[in-house]
Design a protein around this ligand. Structure first.
Ligand code: FAD
Length: 360
């Protein structure tokens, strides 16, 4: 029994976790050099910053118990400050008290620790820098009558596997399926099922300052709640335990600006040097401070940052037992949330256990 998982983001790794100790041999393929996908962290100059998911919440009891008990939690870090809000005109308010009462988590060395804990606890070592470019469905193999061979960008073949789980953002999965060789009716059905899941494109700018950049007291981040400002989110990484040491010699404030889709799309390919003056002017205007001349800056483009609508999960789910092809990830949830990606992966992992006939 064997399973290929495409993507070592949280949903793919949560599915691997759900299969821990079960018979199928699980092989994870990841195009980048590390785990955790869009729950991403970078390190530089003795600081770390979450440039994808800013933090996560564990709203259900099950999710909280999973993160706090099933995975190592020594380095889990609660963020004390609140999320304030601002509108198109830049007027700042204290934010929603109910939402601010919910615990906001990251890890002392960044949110990507969640993916690392998942991979270690599940006992999987992904094949990194292995971009899957083609799936081939071979009829007449495997318990359910079909098997899957994966081809990577270098032309290497992997498999056959009895089942495959696809977890990239929906438009990337659609491209992969279009390039693949599988039953035509199945291919069409899967592409149609994924098509409704569209995504926001966003640019992230990270700005490191020698000096403190002032913000309202008790505020850890600012969220644009009407969707009409150029900045969608502005976070202060020094408010997160462990991210910027108090005695750091050269950095006192580390800002993460998630830019709105309308601003990001036309600038998606722009160089960092061209983006910094514009973003620091916008940040300075919002906070009413001088935000020019950061010590250093960084950028990340997210073509598929957050889903704006959900895929047709029902249409996709039938293909699992029929043909051994499964899906997980925030595309199925229609919302870009760490917790939802974890739940999607855990649920699909349970379906895979049934597919492989694993007894509880
Ligand atoms: C800018 C930004 C801000 C966010 N803010 C928050 C937040 O504050 N709170 C929150 O809860 N959530 C937030 N999110 C959303 C959250 O990060 C995602 O919903 C979640 O991480 C998605 O996990 P996933 O497993 O579904 O997908 P991904 O993390 O995208 O995982 C898919 C993996 O597949 C890999 N892959 C893709 N194609 C291939 C291929 N062909 N071959 C091999 N590997 C492949 C990718 O490299 C990736 O590692 C944010 C996301 C972004 C981008």
């Amino acid at each position: 029994m064997s399973l290929a998982i495409v993507g070592a983001g949280l949903s793919g790794l949560a599915a691997a976790y759900a299969l821990k100790g079960a018979p199928p041999r699980v092989t994870v393929f990841e195009k980048s050099r590390g785990v955790s996908g869009r729950a991403a962290t970078r390190r530089r100059d003795g600081v770390c910053y979450d440039h994808g998911a800013n933090h996560f919440k564990t709203k259900s009891k099950q999710l909280r118990s999973f993160v706090c008990r099933s995975l190592p939690s020594d380095d889990l870090a609660e963020i004390d400050g609140d999320v304030w809000t601002f509108g198109a005109g830049g007027e700042i308010g204290e934010g929603d008290p109910d939402r601010n009462a919910e615990t906001k988590w990251t890890y002392r060395d960044g949110v990507s620790r969640l993916g690392k804990h998942l991979a270690e606890t599940a006992g999987v070592e992904p094949h990194f820098e292995t971009r899957v470019t083609l799936l081939t469905q071979d009829d007449g193999h495997g318990a359910n009558g079909s098997a899957w061979t994966l081809t990577d960008a270098e032309g290497h073949q992997h498999g056959p596997f009895e089942a495959v789980l696809l977890t990239p953002p929906a438009p990337q999965t659609v491209d992969l399926l279009k390039a693949s060789r599988l039953d035509e009716a199945l291919q069409e059905r899967l592409i149609e099922g994924l098509a409704p899941a569209t995504y926001r494109t966003q640019l992230t700018l990270v700005l490191a300052y020698r000096r403190r950049i002032e913000r309202p007291p008790g505020c850890y981040a600012l969220l644009n709640d009407d969707g009409d400002h150029e900045i969608a989110w502005l976070g202060f990484e020094e408010e997160k335990p462990g991210h910027v040491p108090d005695d750091h010699a050269t950095i006192e404030s580390l800002l993460v600006a998630q830019m709105a889709p309308g601003w990001s799309r036309p600038r998606f390919r722009s160089e960092l040097g061209a983006l910094v003056p514009e973003v620091t002017t916008l940040v300075g205007g919002l906070l009413d401070v001088d935000a020019r001349r950061p010590r250093w800056a960084d950028r990340q483009g997210w073509r598929y940052a957050l889903p704006t609508a959900a895929a047709d999960a029902e249409a996709l789910e039938d293909a699992g037992p029929e043909a051994g092809i499964f899906f997980a990830g925030d595309a199925l949830e229609g919302a870009g949330r760490v917790g939802k990606a974890l739940q999607s992966g855990l649920r699909t992992g349970e379906r895979l256990r049934r597919f492989f006939g694993v007894r509880e």
